[in-house]
Design a protein around this ligand. Structure first.
Ligand SMILES: *Cc1c(COP(=O)(O)O)cnc(C)c1O
Length: 301
């Protein structure tokens, strides 16, 4: 793996509650991989891009919303590998373009806006109707990097983490692809804790069984109560928590994924969920560029 994907920094959370409970809490800083393109998306892209290169494809085609961490990661990673990229964006072109899409274009991604009706129908077999290049040069990556290659890529996150022998590994969950990657890599005995950021996310089990094939995940639990009303929803409690966590630990989080996950783990620590001498590693999956959509001054970092 390249761009230092395996060179993960771990920061320790300091708090008297943790000392009192005898709990060690580390944050795996995938957000430090790159200032804008941070986190799990680069791992998920790795094998797709390898496949594209092996098959002599020169153009990556993928899709996402106007604030998509995946789109910006794809634009960057394509450029890094000398590939062109096309981003199929959900919905109309906005009057004020998001910073995410501006950044995508800065990394050479060509954007095309797809109506909300057509967007869900885009797949590997029909991309020709959305792109002007010949399909034979194009390599399609599903939204969010979701799929077997994404799972395999995400499983590499475990390489760096398992050597620290944690008793718990926690991650925010969107599609469950990263989570499946952690479970796919059997190196660790740790219990894996998933914190979904979507409300009533019923597809998680289905997605996991798709991605993990016949493997039944054991030693795994879902904390369902930390979605804060749904995807990209937020409130003062969450934002204040993120600010306080930053002030105390110097670790920035994002309001869509990692802020909610860290909040949830902290809440469960305080509720006595984790036994004495637990060693928890929470994966900071990145996504910090998403905070730029918040009004200035909302966050102290
Ligand atoms: C996409 C994303 C996730 C969710 O990953 P899945 O593999 O879809 O579950 C978590 N955190 C951040 C910062 C992300 O951008």
């Amino acid at each position: 793996m390249d761009i230092k994907l395996l060179d993960i920094k771990f920061d320790s959370v300091k708090h008297e509650t943790l000392d009192m409970l005898g709990i060690e809490w580390l944050i795996a800083r995938l957000d430090l991989i790159h200032p804008i393109v941070s986190g799990n998306k680069l791992y998920k892209l790795y094998f797709y891009v390898q496949d594209a290169i092996t098959n002599n494809k020169t153009i990556l085609v993928t899709k996402g919303g106007a604030y998509s961490n995946h789109l910006v990661a794809s634009a960057y990673y394509a450029q890094l590998n000398g590939l062109k990229s096309i981003g199929l964006v959900r919905g109309e072109k906005a009057k004020h373009q998001s910073h995410t899409l501006t950044q995508c274009e800065a990394w050479g991604m060509q954007l095309a806006y797809i109506s909300r009706e057509d967007y869900p129908l885009i797949n590997e077999n029909n991309i020709q109707q959305y792109v002007s290049f010949d399909k034979k040069h194009c390599f399609f990556i599903p939204e969010g990097g979701y799929g077997n290659s994404g799972t395999k890529g995400a499983s590499h996150i475990m390489e760096a983490i398992s050597s620290l022998n944690p008793s718990y590994i926690t991650t925010a969950v969107g599609t469950g692809c990263t989570l499946s990657g952690l479970l796919y890599n059997k190196k660790s005995q740790a219990k894996i804790i998933a914190v979904p950021v979507l409300k009533g996310f019923h597809d998680l089990e289905k997605n996991m069984s798709d991605l993990l094939a016949s493997q039944t995940p054991i030693n795994f639990e879902v904390f369902n109560d930390y979605h804060f009303g749904g995807y990209a929803k937020k409130n003062e409690v969450l934002l204040q928590f993120m600010n306080a966590f930053y002030v105390e630990n110097n670790i920035p989080t994002d309001f869509v994924y990692t802020g909610k996950m860290i909040y949830g783990i902290w809440d469960k620590i305080n509720a006595g969920y984790f036994p004495k001498e637990s060693k928890i590693i929470s994966i900071h999956t990145g996504g910090l560029q998403g905070n730029l959509s918040l009004p200035k001054g909302t966050l102290v970092f």
